[in-house]
Design a binder for this molecule. Structure first.
Ligand code: ADP
Ligand code: MG
Length: 238
């Protein structure tokens, strides 16, 4: 996995600047959670890292290499969204294998990677089932498997659990954290759920109006919130 560095990263839409030169390292193997009010720039930041949005100023480096001009594919970053496209007519094996559809790896290596991802995610008993025979959590793991087989240098999650019910959210928190630990993955994760932030983050980054307002380990923010928003967000159980 790789370190992601944001160096005076700026984003403008037309004349409006929405990200104002932020500096941040997401270290190799670190789980960094972005929080902050709606519209503060969390998704735009992730989308720039993934290469889905152009950078207006500053630099993004992945593993030390400047990627500003690289297309999303060449960055080899896995972006996991809220809504996964799982194909009902395909088996779990085929759904995960879609991640390698355009890959030039030889067939045997592709099959090996799909099986390894399934094993890590606990999906190996279900490889030949169709999604209809899976639980919601298992389906979400299929989507993660599809991202994993590409052997990405980092994972980006943008509010991946916000459409799920409370029970499934709790289960997925544990599973994503386990995935992080097993892979030693570099993860940037956006959420508006303080339980997710407090339980999953190595470090929480608080954003406001296109700036990074505060960052630290969950307990540091808990005991020393810089303002009322952070205090409410971190301090109040849902
Ligand atoms: P968050 O994910 O924290 O809710 P966003 O990154 O989606 O915030 O948005 C940050 C700011 O950029 C907001 O003011 C939003 O309106 C603006 N914005 C996001 N995408 C676009 C776009 N494609 N065109 C113009 N403005 C945008
Ligand atoms: Mg967003």
């Amino acid at each position: 996995m790789a370190t992601i560095t944001l160096d005076k990263l700026t984003k403008r839409f037309g004349k409006t600047e929405v990200i104002h030169g932020i500096d941040l390292d997401v270290k190799d193997g670190e789980f960094v959670v972005f929080v902050g009010p709606s519209g503060c720039g969390k998704s735009t930041t992730l989308r720039m890292i993934a290469g889905l949005e152009e950078v207006s100023g500053g630099e993004i480096r992945i593993g030390g290499r400047v990627v500003n001009e690289l297309d999303p594919k060449s960055r080899n970053i896995a972006m996991v969204f809220q809504n996964y496209a799982i194909y009902p007519h395909m088996t779990v094996r085929q759904n995960i294998g879609i991640g390698l559809y355009t890959s030039k790896l030889e067939k045997g290596e592709k099959a090996r990677r799909v099986e390894e991802a399934a094993r890590i995610l606990g999906l190996d008993p279900y490889l030949d089932r169709r999604p209809a025979a899976l639980s919601g959590g298992q389906r979400q793991r299929v989507a993660m498997g599809r991202a994993m087989v590409r052997d990405p240098v980092a994972f980006l999650f943008d509010e991946p659990l916000s459409n799920l019910d409370a029970q499934l959210r709790a289960q997925m928190r544990i599973e994503i954290k386990a995935l992080h630990q097993r892979l030693g993955a570099t993860i940037a994760y956006v959420t508006h759920d303080q339980v997710e932030a407090m339980t999953m983050a190595d470090r929480i980054v608080v954003m406001r109006d296109g700036y990074i307002l505060q960052q630290g380990r969950p307990m540091e923010l808990y005991s020393n919130p810089v303002d009322v928003f952070t205090a409410r967000f971190i301090g109040t159980p849902s």
